[in-house]
Design a protein around this ligand. Sequence first.
Ligand SMILES: O=C(O)CCC(=O)C(=O)O
Ligand SMILES: [Fe+2]
Length: 271
Amino acid sequence: MSEIAAKDIEKIVSTSQKRSLETDEADFKCKMLKHSDNHLLLGSGDSWYERNFFTSNEAQSILDELNEQVEFLPRDTFKFKIFGQINLLPRDKAFYGDVHEKDGSYPLYRYEASKDAEYPQVKQWTPVLQRLRNILLEKTGQRCNHLVVNQYRNNNDHIGYHVDKTRDFVQNASVLTLSFGEKRLFRLKNIRTKEIQELRLDSGSLFVLGPKTNSEWKHSIIKSGKLCGRRVSLTYRTIKTIKHKDGTLTETDSKGHLTDGTSEDGKVKEE
Ligand SMILES: O=C(O)CCC(=O)C(=O)O
Ligand SMILES: [Fe+2]
């Protein structure tokens, strides 16, 4: 497996070329990533992309399982106001994770640091989602306890530039995203220099967003001018904040040993 440094990334695409490709904003210093390589280092150097994490046959059968097992929340669960107008999120969402069998506690991800906005309660893993979590544990050594599934039905569905809020993350944890279905363009934008790195997230690929990159770059799945089909992404995180039935919050230890994954003597249970 060859590792390509971010500086070796293919070429700078001019703003006008970029516009004709697919964007409605004037991005500049946009680096189109060379796609022939299976493994790329990105962002601040602690992020990477593995294109063929699953074969295309494996990716298709995982997508079939996701179609059977994942239930998305209605779009009007997430409403937000812009200039007095109510908008719906331009994608579907579902939440899964470690729900404690006995006391029902679950990992809590607050995505707006200032407003304490919480993602809804997670549901217990489905078989395919738990299997993928375990595959990621083997690959990266990171035991994730929280998953956001995003469904982009077509080219209009997207996620705007943002950084992932980290107040609930176990220290130095990465964010692990698997992609299935339609290929979509993903952009990292350096907050200070405005440099942009762009790559296509293929079906069956793994993208790892490192903590340094998340603090120095925003990321987005951009809207496309070209009609395209459905993409489902699975974003696995390791969350330290546990919400209990009575509404109280506790934190796991720095190793991320969690209610459901830890036995009385502190050892991680086999799954
Ligand atoms: O769908 C993706 O690949 C990105 C999702 C994302 O950035 C997020 O949910 O925070
Ligand atoms: Fe994100």
